[in-house]
Design a protein around this ligand. Sequence first.
Ligand SMILES: Nc1ncnc2c1ncn2[C@@H]1O[C@H](COP(=O)(O)OP(=O)(O)OP(=O)(O)O)[C@@H](O)[C@H]1O
Ligand SMILES: [Mg+2]
Length: 485
Amino acid sequence: MWTELSATISSLAVAFFMFEKYLNFFPYTIRWYAERNFRKVVNFVNPYVEISFHEFTSERLKRSDAFFAIQNYLGTISTENARRLKADVVKDSQSVVLSMDANEEVTDVFNGVRVWWASGKIPPQSKSISLFPGSEEKRYYKLTFHKHYREIITKSYVQHVLKKGKEIAVKNRQRMLYTNNPSKDWHGWKSTKWGNIVFEHPSTFDTLAMDTAKKEEIKKDLIKFSKGKDYYAKIGKAWKRGYLLYGPPGTGKSSMIAAMANLLDYDVYDLELTTIKDNSELRKLLIETKGKSIIVIEDIDCSLDLTGQRKKRKEKDDDEADKEKDPISKMKREAEEESGSGSKVTLSGLLNVIDGIWSACGGERIIIFTTNYVDKLDPALIRRGRMDKHIVMSYCCFEAFKVLAKNYLDIESHELFGKIEELFVETKMSPADVADNLMPKSDEQDEETCLKRLVEALEASKEEARKKSEEEAMLKTKDGVVTEG
Ligand SMILES: Nc1ncnc2c1ncn2[C@@H]1O[C@H](COP(=O)(O)OP(=O)(O)OP(=O)(O)O)[C@@H](O)[C@H]1O
Ligand SMILES: [Mg+2]
């Protein structure tokens, strides 16, 4: 039987070869007719069905999600089967993920049905020399199975592969910190709107010094949001949430953002508004962001003039008449004008990004604004619904200090704690300054030295505040005397 089968296959192969070779000598209509019938015969003899999954979809540079899901899935089964594997290092350079190399084949069994997966590459079509080597090469995976199982494979198996592949991608995913590239770099081969590096910030809610109840409330709020897909769909609201973090410098706003990203396992998009030319660029950037991410606009009060009424150049001229005299300001302004880097993003453009029709694409996103001066912001920008939660990051209190002492010095109590608690009632010091005082600067510095340094700094700050208030009081009385006089 085997001898007969191999003889048939060889004859078919020879026939196919001859057929392809001599077909070009016939006129087109005959060729088309012959080819169609020949394929019918081949399909009748060949009981196998093939499905290809290509790396690039219709848009040339848009990578197919399915291709990567399949790549991940095949990585798990090919480690036992395939002989040539490709390795990628992921997750803090700790683990290796294997995938099938080109022109390898592996088999898989699903509900008792055997399928074959093969990987391949389509070489460049054009013979011209490309500036970008390898740019034309297209990878693909080919799935082969018996036509008898068409239903089960196309309906259940492919879905199973994509689901598993996506799960593996989430598990192996390295979180990224994205920053927007200036729009002049958006075009060209493989250029992207967002530049990215691996996000590795160590801040967590455990290391964050702040009121414990407030911290727990924020954590619960975040977790509720991340699990709220169905709820948001039910109430007909885009699955996104806005946070406004405000407070003096060094109170932990940026650290809080990193802690949030670490808690939820989200990517971070750090949006630099000043490099965005106009509202349409802002929208394009937003569309390119993925779900499970935090979009951050730091120091929103400094980023743009978002008071609603953007000043016109002429009006500004009066304000800046003095600045023109200063050679450094003048040079800076001239350079800005030359590069055309002045941003035209407006308040309405920003509002549209936060809760316009575009903001719903992607889903599962948190938008965070930070500012030192909340009063400077336009109320429309931060009204509830846009910025759903306002979080004030304030000066260090005794409770926050205890978290820092535990983290920086590994102590939970000390005889100086009493004094420090008293001093915190009357002094305003940012957690950044407290942390700096608590951090040992050499091996010789023990906890006692660090705590004493903090006490001294707190006393100095208290003294400074006392002098300042005395001066202010004196000025007030003087003013009073002058007015009365
Ligand atoms: N609440 C806090 N808990 C723990 N560490 C803090 C806290 N606040 C500040 N720090 C420490 O101070 C440093 C500066 O803090 P961070 O950058 O988060 O402040 P910020 O509020 O973003 O300041 P700015 O308004 O200047 O941007 C951090 O690296 C961190 O070590
Ligand atoms: Mg900051």
